[in-house]
Design a protein around this ligand. Structure first.
Ligand code: SF4
Length: 220
């Protein structure tokens, strides 16, 4: 998969304060545009697939805001789209984490284990929340045919190995999209390594495209 530009050039949204993106913490949320999957149930499809249509938030603006707000925050969440499309995401996160002196949570679709491994190596994030979209056999359908069942198993398998080495830094979650049957959910729960309960989140119907605005949507 090709590398996308640096995270600063993908920054399309900043939520000043969220109480639900990292339960128990008051966080700011940064939204990076672009995603390598095409999940038909994507709630952030504009950010994921057409973010070039929106202006980029400037580095100076974002840092100016975060510098001011950091003393009143408990964390910073970086989400997308898929943040780990940028190969230099680890260094970018590390810079933010050090500068703001805040714990960092990363949301990822789990398709970039090399980037996640580097993030762990340089301690650039405190928590990595990984999507497990469903059983391997349904990955093609669930991701718009962007990944095969075999690729999903191999790629997330590498993420699971990282989680076994750093259990305190991972959580796994599944969105209860209509494509998943109760049997699928049972199978999905068995995929992460033992000791990692699968968190589930309710599915919300994506907003219809082209409604005249493209607010960045959050998972809660
Ligand atoms: S991985 Fe997430 S952001 Fe990307 S298309 Fe799927 S639901 Fe949307």
């Amino acid at each position: 998969m090709r590398n996308h530009p640096t995270p600063w050039s993908r920054l399309r949204g900043l939520e000043p304060m969220s109480l639900c993106d990292w339960p128990g913490r008051v966080c700011a949320v940064l939204f990076l545009g672009g995603c390598d999957l095409r999940c038909p149930t994507c709630h952030n499809f504009h950010l994921a697939w057409n973010s070039e249509d929106d202006p980029c938030l400037s580095r100076d603006h974002a840092l100016g805001f975060l510098d001011q707000r950091a003393p009143w925050l408990d964390g910073l969440v970086v989400t997308g789209g898929e943040p780990a499309l940028s190969a230099d995401l680890p260094e970018w996160l590390a810079e933010l984490r050090g500068r703001l002196d805040l714990p960092v949570k990363l949301d990822t679709n789990g398709m970039h284990p090399d980037v996640v491994e580097r993030i762990l190596d340089i301690q650039a994030a405190d928590l990595v929340a990984v999507d497990v979209k469903g059983p391997w056999s349904k990955y093609p359908t669930l991701t718009g045919n962007k990944i095969t069942a075999r690729e999903a198993k191999a790629t997330l398998g590498r993420i699971f190995k990282l989680a076994e080495r750093h259990p305190e830094r991972f959580l796994f979650r599944t969105t209860l999209v209509p494509l998943l049957t109760p049997e699928d959910l049972l199978e999905t729960r068995s995929l992460p390594p033992s000791g990692f309960p699968l968190q589930t989140q309710p599915f919300r119907q994506p907003p219809r495209p082209f409604q005249g605005h493209h607010r960045k949507e959050k998972s809660c």
